[in-house]
Design a protein around this ligand. Structure first.
Ligand SMILES: Nc1nc2c(ncn2[C@@H]2O[C@H](COP(=O)(O)OP(=O)(O)OP(=O)(O)O)[C@@H](O)[C@H]2O)c(=O)[nH]1
Length: 450
């Protein structure tokens, strides 16, 4: 699947009357009676047998999931706005759609609507925080909200950093930097889940120039922050949505309980606040609570939710949701999935099938495969990323539950090993507890410096 992000900026000013009302859910009616078999096409002989009938009464367009007519239909809906130079900015998703074809009467692109409930200025989806600060270039551009977030991050990581600081201080009290202290420090860093590679980076950096000298624990932590930032910087990337073909499909995967549904809700809130039209799909069809939870997030964020009955085919739901999102002119479709790692074969089959089905609807879909990783699981998280990367082609991560864990260092080990973009981090259960990932902020917070 393609990972080619196109940089887009959309402008505020959408007529709020056009928004789908919060309670206007697209509930997928359940059709119990089987629908006649799908027709095979030469390019997908194996898939047709596997796709279950559409989950609702098939319209002429839906009657054959693999029909070739779908491609022209998609082209007709895709907005021809790729040439608009005003859209050539990185990572910003400023709402909304003067250029959206379904909205020909919308006001001019550049005129934010002061009466709009969307926050003033740009809404950023995953833009690196340090880049934003650089762009702004002045103290006035560092709003109170950012300080609050940094404090929150520090607070969240305080257990991780406290334990690390205590151990580092223990190593260096009244001891010079020699082989033994370096070895002890390496052990401390490995125990803190940072991983062998980063531990060695830190000790190497510390040894060069300071060997045989007295070093303070603050010095050690400062160097640690610098080295951790170097490891994290390449993965601290913004989530950029290619909206030249809509909907941009975000498939959210991860082990049960890692925060998929919550993250979807938080992300939907960010996107809708930026004026984008978002649809959610309750693809975790194994847990009634997961479906209900997603519906609540849908209501909160004003995002229609496509759902089906418990135990239904998740790939069928994904198909249905894609078509509904397309018909509704949604910018983004976010699909929740089950994460039953205890039955890996079934999970693999299900996720592969979802990806295959989406592929038939848009060869580049799912455009983003986001894995939620629970920081509290420590080293296990490394394997989880390995598994889901192989099963579902994960191309971006969200690290959740960084609040209150002593195992925040695992993010560093994952970055060093997998080198996947970390788009967001979660430090709480509330809607605004999701932030773009900043390498420097994280590094300072975990080292307890700055
Ligand atoms: N403290 C904290 N809790 C979180 C965070 N993200 C999610 N949670 C909580 O973790 C629990 C599991 O989150 P879910 O979103 O249900 O996880 P899931 O992966 O969808 O789980 P299943 O529905 O079982 O597949 C919930 O109680 C969330 O409120 C976070 O960043 N910090």
């Amino acid at each position: 699947m393609a990972f080619g992000f196109i940089k887009k900026v959309f402008s505020f000013g959408k007529d709020k009357g056009e928004e789908t009302p919060a309670d206007d859910h697209v509930e997928t009616p359940i059709v119990d009676a089987p629908v006649s078999a799908t027709t095979e096409t030469p390019d997908a002989p194996d898939l047709s047998a596997e796709i279950r009938p559409p989950l609702r009464e098939p319209s002429p367009v839906h009657a054959d999931p693999l029909r070739d007519e779908i491609a022209p239909e998609m082209e007709a809906i895709a907005p021809p706005n790729a040439d608009d130079p005003s859209q050539d900015q990185i990572g910003d998703v400023r709402a909304v759609s003067a250029s959206r074809p379904s909205d020909p009467t919308a006001p001019e692109a550049s005129a934010p609507d002061p009466s709009s409930s969307a926050p003033a200025g740009r809404i950023t989806v995953g833009k690196a925080v340090e880049r934003k600060a650089e762009d702004a270039g002045s103290a006035a551009a560092t709003p109170v909200a950012r300080q609050t977030w940094f404090q929150k991050l520090r607070e969240g990581l305080s257990r991780s950093s406290r334990e690390l600081s205590g151990s580092i201080a223990g190593v260096f009290t009244k001891r010079k930097l020699d082989e033994n202290t370096l070895q002890d420090l390496e052990d401390v860093l490995i125990r803190a889940d940072l991983g062998m590679e980063t531990a060695m980076r830190v000790t190497d950096a510390l040894a060069s120039g300071r060997y045989g000298k007295d070093v303070s624990d603050l010095e050690v932590r400062t160097i640690m922050a610098q080295e951790v930032e170097k490891v994290l910087k390449p993965v601290a990337l913004p989530l950029e949505l290619d909206l030249s073909v809509k909907p941009h499909v975000i498939l959210v995967v991860g082990v049960n309980g890692t925060g998929k549904t919550t993250t979807i809700g938080k992300l939907a809130a960010k996107l809708t606040a930026g004026g984008l039209k978002v649809m959610l799909a309750a693809g975790d069809t194994f847990r009634a609570a997961a479906i209900e939870q997603l519906k609540i997030w849908g209501e909160r964020t004003g995002s229609p939710v496509v759902a089906t009955k418990l135990g239904a085919d998740a790939a069928g739901l994904a198909w249905d949701a894609f078509e509904k999102a397309k018909a509704a002119g949604s910018d983004v479709l976010i699909i929740d999935t089950a994460g039953r790692l205890q039955n890996k074969t079934e999970l693999m089959a299900e996720l592969e099938k979802i990806v295959r089905v989406l592929n038939k609807l848009d060869p580049d879909a799912p455009h983003t495969v986001l894995q939620t990783v629970d920081a509290t699981t420590g080293q296990n998280a490394l394997n989880q990323v390995e598994i889901f990367r192989n099963i579902a082609g994960v191309n971006g991560l969200v690290m959740t539950k960084l609040d209150g864990t002593a195992r925040g260092g695992i993010l560093v080990a994952i970055a060093a090993k997998h080198k996947l973009p970390v788009y967001f981090i979660g430090v709480g259960e509330q809607v605004d507890d999701l932030e773009p990932f900043s390498a420097s902020e994280f590094a300072k917070a975990i080292a307890g410096v700055g």
